[in-house]
Structure formats: C-alpha cells, structure tokens
Design a protein around this ligand. Sequence first.
Ligand SMILES: Nc1ncnc2c1ncn2[C@@H]1O[C@H](COP(=O)(O)OP(=O)(O)OP(=O)(O)O)[C@@H](O)[C@H]1O
Length: 256
Amino acid sequence: MILEAHNVMKYYLGSNKPVLNNINFSVQETEFVAIMGASGSGKTTLLNSLSTLDNISSGTILLDNEDVSKINERRGAEIRKNKLGFIFQDYKLLASLTARQNIALSLSLIETKPQDIDVMIDDLSEKFQLKEYLDHYPHELSGGQKQRIAIIRAIIKKPKIIIADEPTGALDSNATRIIMQQLAKINQNLNTTILMVTHDPYTASYAQRVVFLKDGVIEKEINRLENVSQKEFQKELANVMTSMEVIQSDLSDELS
Ligand SMILES: Nc1ncnc2c1ncn2[C@@H]1O[C@H](COP(=O)(O)OP(=O)(O)OP(=O)(O)O)[C@@H](O)[C@H]1O
C-alpha cells in the first residue's frame, strides 16, 4: 500500500463533532481512486490529512510506509516536495511567472540542473500540446490550459502520488474531458497513483475505485468492474450520489 489510514479522527478546534470519523482506508500503488460526497462531507479534509497538508486528531496515516501522523512541518514539506504532486481546482499558478517558470519552480525545488529543466519542460509540453503557450502568463491561458500546466508541474518531479482536489471544478465539459483523459493516461502509462476529490460523477468515472464520504464517515465504496463501461459507471456513481443526498434531505426534513 502506498497510503493507509487507520482509525483516523479529526475535529476542528472548538467543535466536538468529528469532521473525519474513524476513517479506515488504503490506496494501492498505481491505483486511481476518487473520493466523492456531498458538500461539507469532509472530502477536502480527508485529502489534506492524507497528504500531510492537515493534522489529524487521532489515528495513523502511513504514506509510502512512513507514519506521517506525527511528523513536524519540515518533514511534511520534504514529503510533499519529493513524493507528492498537487493539482487544485484553482490551478495555483503564480500570476507573475510564465507557464514555463511556474513549471520550473517545482523542479528547482528538487534541485534539478538548470540545463535539464528546460529539456524536461520542452519534452512534456510537447506531449501535452502546450509548447506554444510556455511563455504565456496564467492570465493569458484558458482554464483548461492552466490546468494542463498545473498537471505538468505536478508530474515533472515524478511524484509517487498525484493529489487532485476538484481538478475539473472550474472547467467546462470539453476541458474536463481533456484533463481527465490526461490524468487517466498518466495513471496508466507512468503508473502514478492518483487520489482525487470530486463531486462530479463524470470526473469520478475515470477512477477505478470510488469512495463515498458522508458526514466524515466512509459510507460506501465502488469498484469499476471490467465489463462496466465508463458511461455505466458514471450513471452508477450519479445514482449513489443522489441516494445519499436524498437520505440527507429526508433527515433534514425530519429535523425541521
Ligand atoms: N479550517 C476549518 N475550521 C473549521 N471547520 C472547518 C474547516 N475546514 C472545513 N471545516 C468544516 O469541516 C466540514 C468538512 O469540510 P470539507 O471542506 O472537508 O468538506 P468537502 O466535502 O470537501 O466540501 P466541499 O465539497 O464543499 O468542498 C465542513 O462542515 C466544514 O465547514
């Protein structure tokens, strides 16, 4: 296992209701796993906790066989730098740097030789059909182009795991399809493990396994079976999301 969570509990300061409630969960190397759930169910908190961005209250998290539940900030930063590649809904590109400089920044952090950096960026941007945009600033790029630059920035340092939080949340359907096809290819061709949060059944249908969170609890887990098409899988995921939301609104009806 590349990632394991054992009995993870998390409370935010000043609250006695857990945001993560006894999470037991693991991801195998080379898997593509999505975390789904209604707004406020704890998806981002779980993703951040698993990727050292957030602390947990109790339990254990093993990342690449290292217990990361009690590490200091310095070790956390090292792990993020060397083992993880992050992709966010809002891209998190630096506005004052060109696309090339944004990507290079991630490589210079892992002490790559300057002459190698340009070759690696040229090579990857060719594959992602972004070569002509390398000297553009983020505000000169479309959302889909920005997210592809962010993907290159994440994979160029050959992370063990890509951590993606709503990677298609700000994109239209065409850009979403391109981004998800690229993530699926990275998973298949480079064998990079991907852990992704999304509320969108289409985006999640690219994963092999989907975990559903409700009120901080893993409510359900679905594997995509070999004979199930992506379209059918998407439908199945949409049905689960609807049934979970229906249960939630029934509950709030009862409480009101
Ligand atoms: N820093 C924080 N301090 C206190 N409470 C927080 C904090 N961050 C999140 N929460 C609360 O924890 C719960 C889970 O939030 P989280 O962002 O993990 O949910 P989510 O499923 O990712 O939601 P969304 O889909 O809306 O992004 C919410 O009730 C939220 O208000």
